[in-house]
Design a protein around this ligand. Sequence first.
Ligand code: NAP
Length: 291
Amino acid sequence: MSAVILDGKALAFRIEARLPERISALKDSGVEPHLAVVLAGDNPASHVYVRNKQLACERCGIKSTRIDLPNDVSQEDLMRVVADLNANDSVHGILIQSPTPAGTDELAITEAIDPAKDVDGFHPTNLGRLVMGQVDGLLPCTPAGVMEIIKDAEIDLLGKKAVIIGRSRIVGMPLALLLAQKGIDATVTIAHSRTEDIADICRSADLVVAAIGRPATVQADWIKSGATVIDVGINRIVDESRKSGSRLAGDVDPSVSEVAGYMTPVPGGVGPMTISMLISNTVRAAEMRLG
Ligand code: NAP
């Protein structure tokens, strides 16, 4: 068996292609959706992520403003930038690129963002809405992207077993809530580094989502024949044969494609979907402001 590859990049473009109509309607009402991205420090991966997010804004016709801050930025300065963006009526979405520099408190910064501008969907108010089953607001981008991939492939999870490996507040935990929500109705297990017999747990699953951050952790003999495997992981691997000297790999071993029914690639799977969900959230935030 060879898995059907779920092309997140193509889906992301299709989702982005639906946005200009909504953006035009906003502009007709005098509102130009505007995303502010705060990039503190010199983390090379963060620079690439921010660049990709700005390119997506350009593609869709959304205004983006980038605020660069030095590596030694203080917590007070970061909080002041957030307060200014909260008070700026022309800004609809605020994104603080993670990780913030050492010595700063990322959670406190997240909590300082106006929940109505929290296009990452990480503010306790937005995560709390998710716990309450309210999924019409600003959802965390990566979990929302995973759900769009599942929906687009028409994978029915009603009564099915889903295993998420990883319990982070940005991926694993919110995704568990989305998969267990009424209307999706999966039965969700959250596995993590302390989980015993993780391969056994995965073997009974109809859906396995890997959000670990360790290359090739999920092996072919962990996966039930025909199951869906979503690879959230992004790991940079040294590869001397490449001009860049490295390549990206997921958390799932490529051999899994011989067993799974559906599988997302890395790159080109969940990553582009995360960005298109960010853009969608920015448009949504602007629409919510209009009422
Ligand atoms: P994280 O906060 O570091 O969480 C990783 C989770 O994996 C933790 O819950 C950890 O368990 C668990 N884990 C670690 N080693 C494990 C093992 N050997 N077996 C089972 N579980 C294990 O990471 P994250 O922010 O959720 O990100 C996870 C991966 O997704 C990373 O590669 C990241 O780059 C990628 N990512 C991709 C996107 C995208 O757009 N595609 C977006 C966000 C993140 P403990 O809780 O016990 O430590």
